[in-house]
Write a protein that binds this ligand. Structure first.
Ligand code: FPP
Ligand code: MG
Ligand code: MG
Length: 379
């Protein structure tokens, strides 16, 4: 997307902000209880991809060049937004390291003043909610590895992993409330509910149905709705929140949301494809996990449309001896993988189209590059 034909590194545009991300998240997670402190920070040790905060920061920077909302032109500072890490003052007696840094001192070191402190905090909140959902997800999925290391549930047990996830959501909520923006609080609270709704749609889907269901167009729309709730809701609503915090006009807010929605759908489609095509070693988490969990994702749904005999296996959730292997073979023989890739490509193109009328900038190029990277990624 770069004008000179060289590939843009989306990270470069927001590298300074990204450098503080993990440290700030760890500060938000400080607890006076040493065991809780350890479990809560566990998934921040291994470097995650940080896709969501990266997108939030790029969106923040890209939308600053867009028209502003006429309704509320007051700059953030005038509204008295508190982005210091003072929520943790509650715990400063037991954890004196946790309450000292504020964004103001960091900002002074940064030459890039166009990302607001509240938008940087939003990027951290987004990653916190995502990480909380992973802690819970690994319990639900009985997963043994994450980000190339033992999963939190394996390392600390289910009870501590679940409680740690709840703790992350609590701290994310405190940080969110401190942004003093009711619409943004509402958006991110809805995301938390959506994650659970998506997970429930998926769980219901793993109930056995011995009548051997038939493929229908609804099969795919149910899957896409689930995928929106499970994955795209967080990305899309945090993109929307980023534009709102920057006081962008309504058209820009909708464009930011549409970018996030389409990118999120593309992202999960690729995830579901990689579960078939990559090894666990490549992914840093078990591969082939979906069929083992009884889940029919996009590659299988497309294969099922061509091969009705898959219905019986879908009905019994691949539970019979040899089902998982048979289903995998049929998927690989069909063009399920190719169709999934093509649908992901369509969504990534829609994401790019959504921000087409943003003014040219390095951040906009970064967002376009993220859409390309989403469909090219191998892990
Ligand atoms: C990963 O999917 C999981 C999610 C994107 C969301 C999981 C949501 C919950 C467990 C709901 C409750 C949680 C909170 C904190 C609101 P995956 O299992 O397909 O991906 P994986 O291969 O990375 O495990
Ligand atoms: Mg999982
Ligand atoms: Mg899961």
């Amino acid at each position: 997307a770069a004008k000179d034909g060289m590939a843009i590194d989306p990270l470069r545009t927001v590298a300074k902000e990204m450098k503080f991300l993990t440290g700030n998240i760890r500060k938000l997670l400080g607890s006076g209880h040493p065991a809780l402190d350890r479990v809560a920070k566990y998934y921040t040790q291994a470097e995650g991809k940080h896709v969501r905060p990266l997108i939030v920061l790029l969106m923040s920077r890209a939308t600053h060049l867009c028209p502003k909302s006429p309704l509320d032109a007051a700059p953030e500072t005038a509204r008295g937004i508190d982005t210091s890490i003072s929520p943790l003052k509650i715990l400063s007696d037991v954890n004196p390291m946790s309450n000292t840094t504020s964004y103001e001192s960091e900002l002074a070191e940064s030459a890039n003043l166009d990302i607001l402190p509240s938008q940087r905090r939003l990027a951290e909140i987004t990653e916190l909610i995502h990480t909380a959902s992973l802690l819970h997800d690994d319990v639900i999925d009985h997963s043994v590895s994450r980000r190339g290391a033992p999963s939190a549930n394996l390392e600390f047990g289910n009870k501590m992993a679940v409680l740690a996830g709840d703790f992350l959501l609590g701290r994310a909520s405190v940080a969110l409330a401190r942004l003093r923006n009711a619409e943004v609080v509402e958006l991110l609270a809805t995301v938390i509910a959506n994650l659970v709704e998506g997970e429930f749609m998926q769980l219901k889907n793993t109930e056995r149905d011995e009548r051997s269901p038939k493929w229908s167009e609804e099969t795919l729309s149910y899957y896409l709705q689930k995928t929106y709730l499970k994955t795209a809701s967080l990305i899309s609503k945090s993109c929307r929140a980023s534009a709102l915090l920057g006081n962008a006009d309504q058209h820009t807010v909708e464009a930011a949301y549409s970018y996030g929605r389409n990118l999120g759908l593309a992202f999960q489609l690729v995830d579901d494809m990689l579960d078939y095509t990559r090894s666990g070693k490549d992914l840093g988490k078990p591969s082939g996990a979906d069929l083992e969990l009884g889940l029919a994702t996009a590659p299988l749904l497309f294969a099922w449309k061509q091969m009705p005999e898959l219905g019986a296996l879908v009905g019994r959730k691949f539970a019979q001896e040899g089902d998982v292997e048979r289903a995998r073979q049929l998927v690989l023989q069909s063009d399920g993988i190719e169709q999934t890739r093509a649908l992901a490509y369509d969504y990534s193109e829609k994401a790019i189209a959504a921000i087409a009328d943003f003014p040219d900038s390095e951040a906009k190029d970064g967002l376009i590059e993220m859409a390309h990277k989403t469909i090219q990624r191998q892990k």
